[in-house]
Structure formats: structure tokens, C-alpha cells
Ligand binder design. Structure first.
Ligand code: ATP
Ligand code: MG
Length: 570
């Protein structure tokens, strides 16, 4: 797919201002970077992107777009053991699918040599040293929030010795974990990140891009700011957990005397019933709890895309939640609300019967077919109309018939009349059962004068049900979903428990033998439709020729409306 360019505007009510926009506006006013705005989105290619990343993408690309700037896509690839080309490819694809176009693509690994040279500079400036403490010892020496740390016995090595050891670390002379390069800052700093943080570790691991060229790898805190600086990022936007790392970010660029981007932190997206951590999502994939990264139950961009969510809905959602300075949790219902709102405008309406009950129309002859006119989308006149075949054997939903209707049940039951969507009124005359008493089919008569859905004598029916003609129906598999996790906060686990204990055992329901109206056979994978009365659905790539597979994107009922009402009532 070719991504639209320039980056699309937020469809949400004109992007409301927020504290980041205010910072940028002031920077432009004061001509801080000559009015230039350069952001970046810096994923680590250690998994697929999720809806939380979408928030960061919409923010970074949205700011650049609105302030006439540019956004780089930068892969923060400093952990070779966890990173893969497959993830790189999926991330690029996801960003484009969301509707954004990066200015340039970079990799932190492109900067390994420059970043290494800068480490040598810090050693020469007396601001970095090679330390022989083990990882465990480094932890112990660090101290706690209430206790100052202890200086490493290697802290005062000579400049020459540090240069010698570090160049030999780089040359691959030492075993993994035997030494580190550390910044010499302040072991008594109230900020633990400033207590001589590790800059480099020894790791003889093959990197997905640099191969075996490097036996040492920079730590995130040392690589990130320098990468930002190389790219002349003006506003380096990240999530709140990096707030305590900002003094270190600033320290490195200050000591090196290089371009100083401004790090700004915002609140991470958390969603109810949803796990947003690549590590946990990877576990779901490797333990085969889901079919893959793009399982439609996954909160990954690839998953929700396959589920039928639209980029527009995701962008609108991200625009609506805005950014703030305190982490909270957003109701999943709000995201679904934006999905419904968008699909309502664009999804053609069709008929499908998920749990079929055979209906024989006694007063219509075998082989007679009536072609009925149906409107594709009442919200969109340009979507046109289609023909729906009607014949003497139909399917309706089992739920739409009750032999003994409870009070308030207005659908079909013996002696009762209902309207078939786009069709005729039918009246149930009799019920056929098998030896065990299960209903196998019902018999009805239809009123030919009610074609199109209205009776010339003005009589009314209380309900309209969907249906398909048996002879014309296409068999399909339909997958219905519930939330992947049963708990509102999936991370809420008792001592010794695992997040995956909170998985919802009913998250996937597979229905086979569903009956579709013929037009639905033409729907391609990833195309979205509404099944009348049942929800929005999306063609799944598992379809084989002649055997469509559909995913339910979201049901029609807007649970968000209820949530909103409840909130207002508080
Ligand atoms: P995860 O914990 O899921 O692996 P991460 O923060 O380690 O997330 P990165 O690949 O490092 O993932 O993230 C790239 C960018 O996306 C970072 O700037 C990060 O702050 C942002 N990001 C990640 N998760 C969220 C989230 N839930 N909400 C908003 N932004 C996020
Ligand atoms: Mg990370």
C-alpha cells in the first residue's frame, strides 16, 4: 500500500492544545531551533507495535505535521539478542498503515561508531571509566533511594588504563559480563540513574544489522540521547518512566558538547482488559496462547488491523485521549466507540446468519426467485444498492424464533408475523422437530403484497429480522471475540501468579456453517462490512476460495454510550 503523504490531519475535533504543543509553540516563537521542529518515533525492534505505540506515533507525527516539521523513524536496536528484521519490517508497515510517512529511517546501530568515539571522548575528559565489578556488584554498590551508593574500586583508574581497557573491550578481548564502561557522575546523587550508570556492556552477540562487528553494545540511556542529537531532533518525546532519566540524557549531551534535544515526557496509554507490553505479548505468541502477533485479539497494530479496526478510528481515538502528565487507564469501550463511529460511515450493510434455522415458505413455489432491492449503506448514498435473492427456503437466526415466546419477545413465533429485512412479511405456521424434540425447521407463509417491507393495508409488525436465501447462501466461518483478558487490569495478579492466568478462556468463539448472502462472497480479506444487526465484520486472510472467513470487529451495541451515561450520573 502506498501511504498517503503528507501525514493526515487528526480527524478528531481540531487537535486540542496540550502541554507539548505549548512547548513547541513557544520554541518556535523564540526561534529556539530556528523554528525547526524535528521529532522521531524510536521503537526497539523486539516485537510488533501495539496500540500504545500508536499513541506515540500519532503524537510525534502529528506534532511535526501541525508545526511544519519532520519525523524520523528510528530503530533503537541496541539489544541484539531480542531484535529481528521481521520486527523492523512490521514496524515500518504499521506506521504506513496508520497513515504516516517518515522523513528518514535510521537505526541506532548506524551510530555505533560515532557513539563509541564519544565514549572515548568522555574517557579522555575523565568522565567515564572501565569497571570490573560484576552486574550483581554494580547493583549492590548502587545504594538505594535512602542510602548513598559506594564508589567502585575501579573508579579512579588512570586515563591511559581506561583507554587501553575500553579499546580492548571493543576489540573483543574480554568475556561477556566481565567489564563495563561507566559514566563517572555521582554515587551519592539522589537520582539513582546518575550513580555512575553503565554506558557499555560486553556482549558477544550477533546483531541483526551489524553482524559480529561489535562485541560491546551501548545501553539505552547512553545511546538514545546521542542518536537524537545526531539526527538534530528538537523535541525528543517519550513516556513518563523516562522522566528520571532526563538528567542523565542532558548530562551526556552537555559533557559531549553536542546538539541538545529537549526530552519531554507524556503519559503511557493503558487500556482496560488489555496488556500493552511487548515482552508479555511475545510470551503470548511463543506460548501459542494466540495464533500470532496478528491474532485479531492482540492489541498489536497488526492484530487490530486484522480485526477490522481502521487507521482513521485509531487516529481519532489517539486525538481524543490527548496527552498528559499522569498515567491513567482508558476504557477499551472508548476505542471501540471510535471504531464504530468510523465503520458506521464506511461499512456496507449486508446480511449473514450466524446460527441458522431453516425456514420454508409454503406459499412460494420451488425455484421461484425474487430479486429484492437492498440499500448498501443508509449513511452513504454513494454506496448504492444491491439485489438480494429471496426464495422458498431461507435461513434466519435461531435466536430470532421462539416456539414459546417470553413476554416482550417480538420476533418470530407460531402465529406471529415479522418483516424480513428488504423483503416481505412472513407469518410462522408450524414447527418441525426431530425425534429428540429439537426444532429442525419452521414453516411460514409470506405476504406478496408486502414486498419491500410495507403492507398496503397499513398493518404493522413489531420486528424486522435478517435472513438469507438457502439456495444462494455462501457457507462461511465466523470468528467472534471477547477481550483477551478477563480482568479489567490484567496485571492485577496475586503473589506468585502470572499475568497470563488472567486470560479470558472465551476470547475466541469459532462458528462454522454460517450462511452469508451472495454479495458477501466478494468481500476480500481486510475489507470491512456490517452484518445487519450483528456488528461490524472484516474479511480474514485465512479465507480459502469459496470459503470466506470473517472476524467480528465489534458488536453494534455501543457500550461506551452506557459508560458515558454512568460517568455523567456520578
Ligand atoms: P513495551 O514495554 O511495550 O516494549 P517500550 O516502551 O519498551 O514498550 P519501545 O519500542 O521502546 O517500546 O517504544 C517506542 C516508543 O513508543 C517509545 O517512545 C515509547 O515511550 C512509546 N510507547 C511504548 N508504549 C507506549 C504506550 N503504552 N503508550 C504510549 N507510548 C508508548
Ligand atoms: Mg523499550
Amino acid at each position: 500500500m502506498t501511504p498517503p503523504n503528507p501525514n493526515p490531519p487528526a480527524e478528531a475535533p481540531a487537535a486540542p492544545s496540550n502541554f507539548i504543543r505549548e512547548i513547541i509553540r513557544k520554541d518556535i516563537e523564540s526561534n529556539k531551533h530556528g523554528g525547526r521542529v524535528q521529532t522521531r518515533f524510536p521503537p526497539e525492534p523486539n516485537g510488533y507495535l501495539h496500540i500504545g505505540h500508536a499513541k506515540s506515533i500519532c503524537l510525534n507525527f502529528g506534532l511535526a505535521r501541525d508545526f511544519g516539521g519532520k519525523t524520523n523513524l528510528r530503530f533503537d536496536d541496541t539489544n541484539p539478542e531480542k531484535e529481528e528484521q521481521e520486527y523492523v519490517d512490521s514496524i515500518i508497515d504499521n506506521v504506513h498503515w496508520l497513515g504516516f510517512q517518515e522523513d528518514r529511517i535510521f537505526f541506532a546501530s548506524d551510530y555505533f561508531e560515532q557513539i563509541y568515539q564519544w565514549a572515548l571522548q568522555l574517557i579522555r575528559q575523565g568522565q567515564a571509566y572501565v569497571c570490573d565489578l560484576s552486574a550483581e556488584e554494580v547493583r549492590r554498590y548502587r545504594g538505594t533511594l535512602t542510602e548513598a551508593g559506594k564508589e567502585s574500586p575501579y573508579r579512579n583508574r588512570s586515563l591511559e588504563e581506561n583507554l587501553d581497557l575500553f579499546t580492548r573491550m571493543r576489540a573483543g578481548e574480554f568475556q561477556d559480563g566481565t567489564r563495563t564502561l561507566r559514566a563517572k557522575i555521582d554515587m551519592a546523587s539522589p537520582n539513582l540513574n546518575m550513580r555512575d550508570p553503565v554506558m557499555y556492556r560486553i556482549l558477544h552477540a550477533e546483531h541483526h544489522r551489524t553482524g559480529n562487528a561489535w562485541p560491546i553494545y551501548p545501553m539505552y540511556d547512553y545511546a538514545h540521547g546521542q542518536s537524537d542529537s545526531i539526527e538534530q531532533i528538537t523535541h525528543s518525546i517519550c513516556t513518563l518512566e523516562f522522566e528520571d532519566h532526563r538528567p542523565l540524557y542532558d548530562w551526556f549531551v552537555e559533557q559531549l558538547g553536542i546538539f541538545h534535544p529537549q526530552q519531554i515526557e507524556f503519559d503511557r496509554l493503558n487500556l482496560t482488559y488489555t496488556m500493552l507490553s511487548k515482552r508479555k505479548l511475545l510470551q503470548l505468541v511463543t506460548e501459542k496462547r494466540v495464533s500470532g502477533w496478528d491474532d485479531p485479539r492482540m492489541p498489536t497494530i497488526s492484530g487490530i488491523r486484522r480485526r477490522g479496526y481502521t487507521p482513521e478510528a485509531i487516529r481519532n481515538f489517539c486525538g481524543a485521549i490527548g496527552v498528559g502528565k499522569t498515567n491513567g487507564i482508558i476504557e477499551l469501550g472508548l476505542l471501540e466507540h471510535f471504531v464504530r463511529e468510523d465503520l458506521n460511515k464506511r461499512a456496507p450493510r449486508m446480511m449473514a446468519v450466524l446460527k441458522p434455522l431453516r425456514v420454508v415458505i409454503d406459499n412460494l413455489a420451488d425455484g421461484v426467485v425474487e430479486e429484492l432491492d437492498a440499500v448498501n449503506n443508509p449513511e452513504d448514498a454513494s454506496a448504492g444498492t444491491r439485489k438480494v435473492p429471496f426464495s422458498n427456503v431461507l435461513y434466519i437466526e435461531q435466536d430470532d424464533f421462539k416456539e414459546e415466546p417470553p413476554k416482550g419477545y417480538y420476533r418470530l413465533s407460531p402465529g406471529k408475523e415479522v418483516r424480513l429485512r428488504w423483503g416481505f412479511f412472513i407469518t410462522c405456521q408450524s414447527v418441525v422437530k426431530d425425534a429428540d424434540g429439537n426444532i429442525t425447521e419452521i414453516h411460514c407463509t409470506y405476504d406478496p403484497l408486502t414486498r419491500g417491507g410495507n403492507a398496503p393495508d397499513g398493518r404493522k409488525v413489531k420486528s424486522t429480522i435478517h435472513w438469507v436465501s438457502a439456495a444462494h447462501a455462501v457457507d462461511a466461518e465466523v470468528r467472534l471475540y471477547e477481550t483477551l483478558f478477563a480482568k479489567e487490569n490484567p496485571s492485577d495478579v496475586p503473589e506468585g501468579g502470572d499475568v497470563l492466568d488472567n486470560l479470558n478462556p472465551n476470547s475466541l468463539q469459532v462458528l462454522t456453517g454460517c450462511k452469508l448472502e451472495p454479495s458477501l462472497a466478494l468481500v476480500k480479506p481486510f475489507e470491512r462490512v456490517q452484518f445487519e444487526r450483528l456488528g461490524y465484520f472484516c474479511g480474514d486472510p485465512d479465507a480459502t476460495s469459496g470459503k470466506p472467513v470473517f472476524n467480528r470487529t465489534v458488536a453494534l451495541k455501543d457500550t461506551w454510550a452506557k459508560v458515558e451515561k454512568r460517568e455523567k450520573g456520578k
